[in-house]
Structure formats: C-alpha cells, structure tokens
Design a protein around this ligand. Structure first.
Ligand SMILES: Cc1cc2nc3c(=O)[nH]c(=O)nc-3n(C[C@H](O)[C@H](O)[C@H](O)COP(=O)(O)OP(=O)(O)OC[C@H]3O[C@@H](n4cnc5c(N)ncnc54)[C@H](O)[C@@H]3O)c2cc1C
Length: 317
C-alpha cells in the first residue's frame, strides 16, 4: 500500500453529521477530507420520504437530500473519498487510519460513523423495508396517523416508540417475545397506563414470524406464540422494528471512551461539547447519541464538531 497521505482534518462518515461538519470545516478553510464509508450518504439513503428536515416544506427523498448535502460540502472544496476504514491508531500522533483503498494520517478527526438499526433478519422484513417496515417512529410515525401499527421489541426503544406512536396511530400492538419488558420502570408504567385506558395492546410471549404484505406494502404480521407455537395474524399497514441500534464504533474499541458502545463526548455548556476522551478527536451524530437519532440533530452536532475541531487546530499552530 502506498504511503499514508496527511490531512489536517479528516471526517469519517457521509451522513448528515459528516457532511455538515464538512461544510463548516471547509468554510473555515480547513480543507477537510471526508471518507464516505461503504454506505455513502448514510442511513437516509435507505429511506424515501423525509418530512422533518426543516426548510423542505414539501418533504424530500432521503437519497436526494444526501446527494444535496454532498454537493454542498464539495462546493466549499471538501474532498470526498470513497473508502472504508477498518483500523485506526489514535494513541499516536498524527492519528492513523487504514482503509480498503489507502492509509491516511491527520491532526484532527471527526468521527461521524453513525449507527445501524437492528432488524429481525426476516426476508419479508427486508422486502417491505420503507413500504411499511420502519425502525424509526419519530421519522415515519406520521404516515400512520389514525391507522393501526405493530411495534416489535421489549426494551426502552420499543416502549418509547410505542408511546410515541400511541399519540398518532389509532391502535398500537406491542409484540414482545417474553412476558415482561426490559424497559425502564417509568416507561413501563406509562405504557401500562396506555394499555389500560387507551389504544395500546400488549402481545406477550410472541415473535414475529413474517411480515405480510402485497403490492401496496405491509398489510400486517404473522406472530407465533413462544409458549404453544400457535400462530395468529395482526392487520396493520405499519410495523416498527424497535430492538435497538448498534453504533458503528468497533474500530475505536479500547481507544475512545464509550458508553454502551456509543462514543462518550464531553457535552455540557462550556464549549468543546463534541470532544471525546482523546484531544483532537471529536464525535458527531448517531455515533454519540443514542437518544435523539435524527438527521437534524446529527447535522447540529456535525456543525459543533467542526467548530470544536477548528478551535483545536488553531491552538496547535
Ligand atoms: C429507514 C430510516 C429512516 C429514517 N428517517 C428519518 C427521517 O425521516 N428524519 C430524520 O431526521 N431521521 C431519519 N432517520 C434517522 C437518520 O437517518 C439518522 O439519525 C442520521 O442519518 C444519522 O446521521 P449520522 O451522520 O450520524 O450517521 P449515518 O447516517 O448513520 O451515516 C454514517 C456514515 O458513516 C459511514 N461509516 C460507518 N463506518 C465507517 C467506517 N468504518 N469507515 C468509514 N465510514 C464509515 C457510513 O458509510 C455512513 O456514511 C432514519 C433512519 C432510518 C434507518
């Protein structure tokens, strides 16, 4: 492999966090290099309607929005490289990144490698992805106003999604493979309240065996009892898979401080909020945020990371 090329600032990831960081860093004359990873454009390239991106009052398609973000970053001289990084050394300076196509060193690094929603792994789930199957109630819940939906899971994500959807959908059926939830007690209490008086139905001890649908998209799910193997079908045009997310942080394990696999950042109000445990390494977007997980929040922290990196690089000179 050829010698590593050196940059002042590398941005890892091409989702809303990465591209926003690039726009800000490039406009500050840092000539950033952005490495896209395998999923160029990030998670939004896997969806259709994005209806909560401010300014796009008529909605926008996910891939189109990400293409525009890329062009925006390039307009200010960001160099966008298609490569996937599989090894990093953040213990020595400059930082080193090894990719499939080349090696890189940099003085500052913005990690914006995002997170991946976990899915059940059913072929029918894959088939109806974006046509009724979703992993994000905040993103897609609106499309099911006054309609019935199914939520799958039993942890915090599932209960939060079910509660959120219960204010939009006419009925929410939560399918969980056990007879008790793993979610925090306060969330469980809220859900039970809704189940007692509202529009939430709990299907304990069941797993989704198949997502059902036709040319128009999802029509329901077939669930199987974990107690007696009996099956039944639930009609609903929307199925939310809420079994958690995996942050894309494997390459940073043992180097950056993390919490549940998410990169820990300084936060707080005194500036440098996106700083990680290693000076000069900043994190933005879903990779450091297991709570909000939105395009606009990712873009916001991408902006913050670029400003933090700019200050850090200024102080190096
Ligand atoms: C189906 C779906 C629909 C959604 N709809 C909406 C919506 O309507 N509105 C909304 O606000 N949010 C929505 N979201 C959530 C939104 O997509 C995310 O919050 C947002 O994309 C996170 O941005 P990010 O920049 O942090 O990372 P991501 O978009 O996750 O991008 C991560 C980037 O990092 C790169 N990467 C990962 N590992 C490496 C590596 N080792 N080397 C190099 N690069 C790497 C990837 O290639 C990718 O480009 C949706 C999510 C999904 C899955």
């Amino acid at each position: 492999m050829s010698e590593a090329r050196h940059e002042r600032l590398i941005i890892l990831g091409s989702g809303p966090a990465g591209y926003t960081a690039a726009v800000y860093a490039a406009r500050a004359n840092l000539k950033p290099v952005l490495i896209t990873g395998i999923q160029a454009g990030g998670q939004l390239t896997t969806t259709t309607d994005v209806d909560n991106w401010p300014g796009d009052d008529a909605g926008v398609q996910g891939p189109e929005l990400m293409e525009r973000m890329k062009r925006h970053a390039e307009r200010f001289d960001t160099e966008v490289l298609f490569d996937h990084i599989h090894e990093v050394d953040l213990r020595n300076r400059p930082f080193t990144l090894k990719g499939d196509s080349g090696s890189y060193t940099c003085d500052a690094l913005i990690v914006a490698t995002g997170a991946s929603a976990r899915y059940l792994g059913l072929p029918s789930e894959q088939q109806f992805m974006g046509q009724g199957v979703s992993a994000c109630a905040t993103c897609d819940g609106f499309f099911y106003r006054n309609k019935e939906v199914v939520v799958v899971g039993g942890g915090n994500t599932a209960v939060e999604e079910a509660l959120y959807l219960s204010n939009i959908a006419s009925k929410v059926t939560l399918v969980h493979r056990r007879d008790s939830l793993r979610a925090e007690k306060i969330l469980q209490d809220k859900l039970r309240e809704k189940a007692a008086s509202g529009n939430v139905v709990l299907e304990w001890n069941h797993v989704v065996e198949e997502v059902l649908g036709d040319a128009s998209g999802v029509t329901g799910v077939r669930i199987r009892s974990t107690l007696d193997d009996s099956v039944k079908e639930i009609e609903a045009p929307g199925v939310f898979i809420a079994i958690g997310h995996s942050p894309n942080t494997g390459i940073f394990e043992g180097q950056l401080e993390m919490h549940d696999g998410y990169i820990k950042v300084k936060s707080g109000l005194e500036g440098n909020a996106t700083a990680t445990s290693i000076p000069g390494v900043f994190a933005a977007g879903d990779v450091m945020d297991h709570v909000y997980r939105q395009a606009v929040t990712s873009a916001g922290t991408g902006c913050m990371a670029a400003l933090d990196a700019e200050r850090y690089l200024d102080d190096l000179v």
